[in-house]
Design a protein around this ligand. Structure first.
Ligand SMILES: Nc1ncnc2c1ncn2[C@@H]1O[C@H](COP(=O)(O)OP(=O)(O)O)[C@@H](O)[C@H]1O
Ligand SMILES: [Mg+2]
Length: 266
């Protein structure tokens, strides 16, 4: 298989991505957030979605953001991923301060370094599974033939080797989410962000998708952040930020028996 670096060679390298800082436990800090706030609207409609959030996400593990609907999870993930600009605060991804990047530079940074998985799979209906999964590489400048070849290989590692030529409407919800995960991983991003990835799936399929994310996405050089309010999948989180009303109110580390120390419900 060809390396992604070769396939994405047309995307300019970003010199500002510095060495990873390390925590006392020698885990690399992938995402560092300090004092991040974000509001929406004005006057009667004013909502403080984030009220000064500090957090760290480490490479090589699955981090999770949990909390009730409306507490700010999607907003925090969007700020981390550079989809939304924070009002104040600093967001560093792999040592690069994204809050100070121009929009254009941020777009390139995002395309190269981040993969996205959402509740809605957002697959293009006229494209095959492999063509859908190949999109980030094509956007990055790879030829379609090489991009689809790489996408087929990634789909195969996700148990979708026999479905690469299927159209989305020929696939189950769980299979479509696998295609979306392949699309998110095809350019080998250093950060994978997933917003409610199991919300449209039944319990068993949701667990399968979480196992897939844990086994296929978590790598020593990659951080995975999953937003969920589905308490049936909390045990996959190795580092859990519990949010309430725009703040992280608790950080739970789960080692050993992952079901210990979990909140009974969200
Ligand atoms: N684009 C927006 N315009 C106005 N209000 C928004 C917007 N996005 C989110 N909000 C509000 O910000 C708060 C946090 O939303 P969100 O981050 O989506 O929460 P969660 O993902 O935890 O359900 C909610 O009160 C929500 O209504
Ligand atoms: Mg949300």
């Amino acid at each position: 298989m060809e390396s992604t670096a070769a396939l994405t060679g047309s995307v300019p390298l970003l010199g500002a991505v510095g060495a990873l800082s390390r925590s006392p436990g020698e885990r690399a800090v992938a995402v560092g957030i300090r004092g991040v706030s974000k509001h929406f609207g004005a006057g009667d409609q004013l909502v403080y979605a984030l009220r000064g959030v500090d957090w760290e996400v480490y490479a090589g593990q699955m981090s999770m953001i949990i909390g009730p609907s409306g507490c700010g999870k999607t907003t925090l993930l969007s700020v981390i991923a550079g989809i939304l600009n924070a009002d104040a605060g600093v967001v560093e991804l792999f040592g690069a301060d994204v809050t100070r990047m121009s929009d254009r530079r941020k777009t390139v940074f995002r395309a190269r370094n981040i993969g996205f998985v959402f509740q809605q799979y957002n697959l293009l209906p006229a494209l095959t599974a492999a063509e859908n999964a190949a999109i980030p590489l094509v956007i990055a400048g790879a030829s379609k033939v090489r991009a689809v070849e790489k996408a087929r290989a990634v789909l195969t590692t996700l148990g979708m080797g026999k479905k690469t030529e299927s159209l989305p409407n020929q696939l189950s919800g769980g299979q479509q989410q696998r295609v979306a995960i392949a699309r998110a991983l095809v350019h080998e991003p250093r950060l994978l962000v997933c917003d409610e990835p199991t919300a449209a799936l039944d319990h068993e399929t949701g667990l399968n998708v979480m196992e897939l994310l844990r086994d296929a996405a978590v790598r020593p050089g990659r951080a995975v952040v999953v937003v969920t309010h589905d308490n049936r999948v909390f045990h996959f989180g190795e580092r859990i930020a519990r949010m309430d009303d725009g703040r992280i109110v608790e950080v739970i580390e789960q080692h050993g028996d992952p079901r210990k120390n979990l909140p009974a419900s969200h």
